[in-house]
Design a protein around this ligand. Sequence first.
Ligand code: AHG
Ligand code: MN
Ligand code: MN
Ligand code: MN
Length: 284
Amino acid sequence: MTMSDVVPVADVFDALAAAAPEIRAGFAGRAGETDDHNATGDRQLHADIHADELLRAHLGGLDAVGQYASEEAEDVSDVGTGPLSVSVDPLDGSSNLGANNPTGTIVGVYDAPLPAAGSDLVAAAYVLYGPLTTMVAATDDGATRYAITPDGRRDGEPADLPDEPTVYGFGGRVPDWTADFTDYARRVEDELKLRYSGAMVADVNQVLTYGGVFAYPGLRDRPAGKLRTQFEAIPMAYIVEAAGGASTNGTRSVLDAEPETLHERTPVFLGNDALIERAERALD
Ligand code: AHG
Ligand code: MN
Ligand code: MN
Ligand code: MN
């Protein structure tokens, strides 16, 4: 019996699938900025706040969920007495809304209080708001891709990372990359095709669909990079590993992370095993 059998993670996936059409319907007229910043310094859009409110209601309202934490809120909220904690990036790549490019939602599910380690994850899922709304949900048993209809979740199909890598997407400005990462990137660029949208969910989804590697590396003046350990790195690493891929922070699996604070950052590399091993050797 696996952890996903003994805790009601399916309730979380169902609630996320129910929230997704409402989040999508809320994009219209909410691409503008509010006057506020979140804990990691991002200027919050009206759509970031709206998505957070919807997810807090849908996920935080579940009997199984005791804690809810979000990129858009400073602190963890106690929302009930259930055994699960959820970490949420309500709208990933929200600045893409202004150009009508894709965005996403990322959810991690833990059987421990937040902040929680990668080893405490029991499930994770992301929603991609592309031409269609799709959800990839992962447990210890693997990853499944669903098309979400306005009234709920359809039958899924396995989301297995292809063996043959095809695409890559690397974040950050090239002048801010370290020499070691730049050497790695140059070799990858010779072999694979660039696909970068500026929304981690969309870029990782391309890697899961076609094979390859996504990275947001540590930068010269910002060694932890940009992406947030709890809200972005750990859940997306779990999904890619469940689909048959690998992850690293440059040294070890992202799932070995034990965040001390809710909003801390980490370098992230996700994709086919061989490309992740090469990244570890290049950054050694
Ligand atoms: P968010 O919109 O949740 O703050 O996340 C934005 C992140 C992530 O989605 C993406 O991979 C990265 O920012 C893109 O950053 P750059 O514009 O620096 O490439
Ligand atoms: Mn943000
Ligand atoms: Mn994000
Ligand atoms: Mn976000």
